[in-house]
Design a protein around this ligand. Structure first.
Ligand code: F6R
Length: 260
């Protein structure tokens, strides 16, 4: 596990964008795993800028989103479909047919989940999985108590997560109760996991995920089992880490070939 602490979310997002851009340049047919929410917004803005200014080419890239709300049509303003088109896909040259987002309106959720897993496998697996983390430690929408080897499936949101999403839906009552999410096992299969977290309200989840025991009660802690998990944090999100000084020292003393 690599922990990179940046002075602010802007610099952290620029660094994360460099990591994603490097993958796309080295592998034009890369498969990206994408997250929604507030956290990756600046990362997506940077990718759009790199596409416009330096021709970062997404024409061969395939994407799989982590999750979608059940019962929310793609055109709903708070769907993750709408989010992705608004913040990334409309502004880069990724072909529409290579975009994959779970279908929250499917009539057969188990079959749709199996198909999603199969599509990820057929695409060759995810090269780089972007992740945020919930205040309760969830990644994707794998809430506390999720099986550490779970696959794409339906999940019930916790009260805490529904409260966190209330603003986007104009009140907690309007937040859907269920989601389709990639599982922790699905996430673990990706070749690289890039988790971003910003702000003091993520500090506890980050310290538990990075330095606590691996437990289903903190789903993000499963990333300790991943061979290539990178946490890119701002100072506030890193503020509860016991070994923060060591992580900073590591980054300051990296050989050039290891730098991003
Ligand atoms: C979203 C997702 C969630 C979010 C998490 C943090 O696709 O999978 O795990 O990453 O809830 O959300 P923000 O970034 O809004 O704090």
């Amino acid at each position: 596990m690599e922990i990179i602490i940046q002075p602010n979310s802007q610099q952290a997002s620029e660094l994360a964008a460099r990591i994603v851009a490097r993958t796309v340049r080295e592998k034009p047919h890369a498969v990206l795993g994408l997250a929604t929410g507030n956290t990756p917004l600046q990362l997506y803005r940077n990718l759009v800028r790199m596409h416009r200014e330096s021709g970062l080419d997404f024409s061969g890239v395939t994407s799989f989103n982590l999750d979608e709300y059940v019962g929310i049509p793609p055109a709903h303003p708070s769907s993750f479909h709408s989010y992705m088109w608004a913040h990334l896909f409309s502004s880069i040259n990724m072909p529409r047919e290579r975009v994959n987002i779970p279908d929250g309106m499917t009539g057969d959720i188990p079959a749709a989940c199996r198909k999603y897993e199969q599509a990820i496998r057929s695409a060759g697996g995810v090269d780089i999985q972007i992740l945020g983390i919930g205040t309760n430690g969830h990644i994707g929408f794998n809430e506390p108590s999720s099986s550490l080897s779970s696959r794409t499936r339906i999940k019930t949101l916790t009260e805490e997560t529904r409260l966190d999403a209330a603003a986007a839906f104009g009140g907690e009552e309007a937040v859907p109760t269920h989601v389709i999410t990639m599982g922790l096992g699905t996430i673990l299969d990706s070749k690289m996991c890039l988790l971003l977290a910003f702000g003091k309200k993520k500090a506890k989840a980050i310290s538990l995920a990075a330095e606590g025991p691996v437990t289903a009660m903190v789903p993000g802690s499963i990333l300790q089992m991943h061979p290539r998990a990178i946490f890119v944090l701002d100072k506030d999100a890193a503020s509860d880490l016991k070994m923060a000084d060591y992580y900073v020292w590591i980054n300051e003393h990296k050989p050039d070939w290891q730098k991003y």
